[in-house]
Design a protein around this ligand. Structure first.
Ligand SMILES: [Zn+2]
Length: 293
């Protein structure tokens, strides 16, 4: 037993040393850290991103992504800033973003929307259960840095929040405001009309830099662009449903050329060809929320 544990420890040390070397370059194929503005940084694990803010009294971290990613990040933060994570904030309860929270729970207060906590407990998510929850707004202050957490209504989930760093004018929003990309697949777990309303609320917030949970960093105008996309898609699908077209016919017919350059609009890789899936999700939603003659 003791030997096994020692071997494991040396393996972990070796891994951290390896990743530590990577950290100085700030990137490898799987993970990297880049500075967004001021004390706000962005952490990438493959195609998933979270942000963190470094203050003189500790670090405010967000989505841990998964246990392995969180362990890498924890080691990198220790090496670079020599500061513990004091807060860990979940963007929403989906497991691909918030698994592994237990890695930070030794030093961090875990924060989420109250509905996120209910689902984390109910679904037995593999992460730390939030210690602190809220319904509409919450402000967290640490070492002179403030992050404002706001619930914008239901959208990609019923518990997604946005995190605003007023000093850096950064907004972190996960999975419901892609930057120059169509929506992910078929609007699973989505509230489409409320989603469009929640985008309008985000457009009224005061920030310049939009950091999504996937894809590239954008600006506040990208919120408006994605809302326009959803509204255009909604209108087109509703029109074709009223005209009696089948889903297959719609997928053949509906084109939104304004968005043809966006990620996921068209791809030869069927897994990344999301626009026809967006049509299918919108079709399903409209069929469920409409009563024909
Ligand atoms: Zn999600």
């Amino acid at each position: 037993m003791k030997t096994t544990r020692l071997t494991l420890t040396s393996l972990l040390v070796a891994l951290f040393v390896t990743f530590g070397a990577v950290w100085t370059l700030a990137q490898d194929a799987e993970r990297d850290i880049e500075r967004i503005a001021g004390e706000v940084y962005r952490f990438r694990n493959r195609a998933h991103y979270s942000v963190f803010a470094v203050t003189p009294e500790g670090i405010i971290a967000t989505d841990p992504i998964n246990a392995e990613a969180a362990a890498w990040l924890k080691a990198a933060l220790q090496r670079r800033f020599n500061q513990p994570v004091k807060y860990l904030i979940y963007s929403h309860e989906h497991p691909d973003h918030i698994s592994g929270g237990e890695v930070f729970a030794d030093t961090a207060t875990v924060v989420a929307h109250e509905r996120a906590k209910a689902k984390i407990v109910g679904e037995q998510r593999r992460t730390a259960t939030p210690h602190l929850t809220f319904t509409d707004r919450m402000s967290i202050e640490l070492g002179g840095t403030t992050v404002e957490l706001s619930y914008m209504g239901r959208n990609h989930s019923d518990n997604s929040i946005v995190m605003r760093f007023p000093k850096e004018r950064v907004l972190f929003a996960v999975d419901f405001i892609p930057v120059e990309a169509v929506a992910f697949r078929d609007f699973h777990d989505a509230y489409i009309e409320e989603w469009m309303d929640s985008l309008e609320r985000v457009e009224r917030l005061d920030f310049d830099i939009l950091v999504p949970g996937h894809g590239r960093v954008g600006t506040r105008d990208h919120v408006r662009q994605f809302r326009a996309y959803m509204q255009d898609l909604y209108r087109e699908v509703l029109k074709h449903v009223r005209a009696g077209l089948s889903l297959e016919e719609m997928q053949q017919t509906i084109r939104l050329p304004r968005y043809q350059k966006w990620f996921g609009y068209h791809s030869d890789n069927p897994r990344l060809n999301w626009f026809p899936m967006n049509i299918a999700g919108m079709y399903r939603y409209i069929q469920n929320h409409r009563r024909p003659n």
